[in-house]
Design a binder for this molecule. Structure first.
Ligand SMILES: [Zn+2]
Ligand SMILES: [Zn+2]
Length: 247
């Protein structure tokens, strides 16, 4: 078994709040420079920039996972990860149905752009991606799992936009594959604070919006091969695989 360092919460230029330097080529280059083996792209309510980052990583050995950071009706943020382009596209269609048609105001929220390999802007997404979706967190979880994805509530220790800040508890019927702590959080302290069941895996991630943050927090995945299926096993502690927050 080998250790693979994963940063599973990284924004790109597409997120209105992220820096315009967060282009696919810079993200891939900096992740590799900082010893990251598995990178998930998680823009707010969109998977649209994943394909370009994946393309950029081809042949480099870096595993790029398609994902997004949803913002549910309750304003809970969660990381949803998908095994392939087909399932992340299906998820995008689902998101498109529930994203409110509130135009983005770049001067206020920032730009929401898709870029190509040459870093040329190919599209501005019109509707503000930071809005809460018109759908609840449980339905999002169920659809993620229907697509064989992974569902991980984001930065659960934060005072806003976290499962505990918005709902106050972990609903018993919410099927999670783990929970993400913010970058400097202490695992044991958080487990005690929220009484997190011992069989729930915790990860950390950078939640990078700026290039300097890429890879600044990582979780070790102990796998035989860096594949999505093995990541699923590791998060759910199956077949000897497991994850460990780097100290
Ligand atoms: Zn968030
Ligand atoms: Zn985020």
């Amino acid at each position: 078994m080998k250790k693979f360092r994963a940063d599973l919460h990284v924004h790109t230029v597409l997120s209105p709040c992220a820096d315009l330097d967060m282009s696919p080529d810079r993200i891939v280059g900096l992740a590799m420079e900082r010893g990251i083996d598995i990178l998930a792209i998680t823009d707010h309510n969109s998977t649209a920039q994943c394909a370009m980052v994946k393309e950029q990583a081809q042949g480099t050995g870096l595993l790029v996972v398609n994902g997004c950071e949803v913002n549910s009706r309750e304003e809970v943020h969660a990381i949803c990860l998908f095994e392939d382009d087909y399932t992340s596209r299906k998820f995008q269609q689902f998101l498109d149905q529930y994203l409110p048609e509130i135009p983005n105001r770049p001067e206020y929220h920032g730009h929401q752009v898709l870029v190509n390999q040459k870093n040329e802007i190919t599209r501005h997404l019109p509707n503000y991606l930071g809005s809460p979706l018109r759908i609840d967190i449980e339905t999002i979880e169920q659809y993620t799992h229907q697509l064989n994805g992974l569902f991980i509530p984001a930065h659960i220790d934060r005072p806003i936009n976290s499962l505990y800040s918005q709902l106050g508890y972990l609903p018993t019927n919410l099927k999670i594959d783990g929970m993400q702590l913010s970058k400097f959080a202490d695992e044991q302290e958080i487990r005690n604070r929220y009484d997190i069941p011992a069989d729930v895996s915790l990860i950390t991630a950078s939640d990078a919006h700026y290039t300097e943050d890429i890879g600044s927090a990582a979780t070790s995945f102990y796998l035989y091969e860096p594949t999505f299926q093995e990541m699923r096993w590791a998060l759910n502690r199956k077949n000897g695989r497991f994850v460990k927050i780097e100290s």
